[in-house]
Design a protein around this ligand. Structure first.
Ligand SMILES: [Zn+2]
Length: 235
């Protein structure tokens, strides 16, 4: 079965965590975990989400986590402040939200990074304990795929290159997103909406929808808040 590699619209629903595994202090290993947030976006079914995640795993030649770790080539791109993963899409790279200076330093020095794609829903911004539990569970149940990667060197590349064109994997420009409220691609920005009952959430919204969030966006916000509260109760 050939599964397509998902594009930027799908990446917008992915949760990404990075940390440094120092279980062996002399040989630290960078960790990079990719999953999909629990929210179902319009037209996204759990089966479609799983197929897209497996498409990413296929494109990077990840293996089931129960098997010995294998190398998947140098896939990490570091340009100035931007860190991204070439996840096998012909044009787009997955921009890592906040890898942190220690993780980036590890990568820039050529340290290995273990990439894991998990098929179970993963909360964005999950804490270390929640991520640890997630990894143990998905590995034990055969719901995780892994491989080892490292920095891809760009001889001669400028520290902050302009967005690349065509099928250049240097393209680490932010993925184009559409407004969650009305679907427009113009003037969309990540907008924090504050919930009445707890922490809020970020949504890609255009100006008018940010000023007056439509009902289904507010419903999504409520779902996120309820879900986030439940997740905290588990840990
Ligand atoms: Zn809008």
């Amino acid at each position: 079965m050939i599964r397509p590699v998902p594009g930027p619209a799908f990446l917008g629903g992915c949760a990404v965590s990075t940390w440094l595994d120092t279980a062996s202090p002399a040989d630290p290993v960078g960790a990079l975990l990719i999953g999909h947030v629990p929210l179902r976006r319009r037209g996204e079914s759990p089966a479609a989400v799983e197929t897209a995640l497996l498409g990413m795993a296929d494109a990077m030649a990840l293996r089931p986590a129960a098997e010995p770790l294998t190398g998947i080539g140098a896939r990490l791109l570091v340009h100035g402040a931007v860190t991204a993963l070439d996840y096998g899409h012909p044009v787009h790279a997955l921009r890592l939200p906040s890898p942190g200076p220690i993780w980036r330093d590890h990568v820039v020095r050529g340290g290995p990074v273990c990439v894991t794609v998990g098929l179970d829903p993963l909360p964005p911004g999950a804490g270390p304990d929640a991520v640890d539990a997630y990894l143990h569970r998905t590995v034990a149940t055969g719901r995780a795929y892994r491989g080892t990667t490292a920095l891809r060197l760009h001889p001669g590349a400028a520290p902050l290159s302009p967005p690349a064109r065509g099928a250049d994997l240097d393209d680490v420009s932010p993925a184009p997103v559409s407004c969650e409220g009305c679907g427009t691609g113009h003037g969309v920005a990540e907008t924090y909406l504050h919930a009445n009952s707890g922490p809020g959430w970020e949504f890609p919204l255009c100006g008018p929808c940010a000023a007056s969030p439509p009902a289904d966006v507010l419903r999504g916000l409520q779902e996120h808040v309820e879900w986030g509260t439940g997740a905290r109760g588990e840990t």
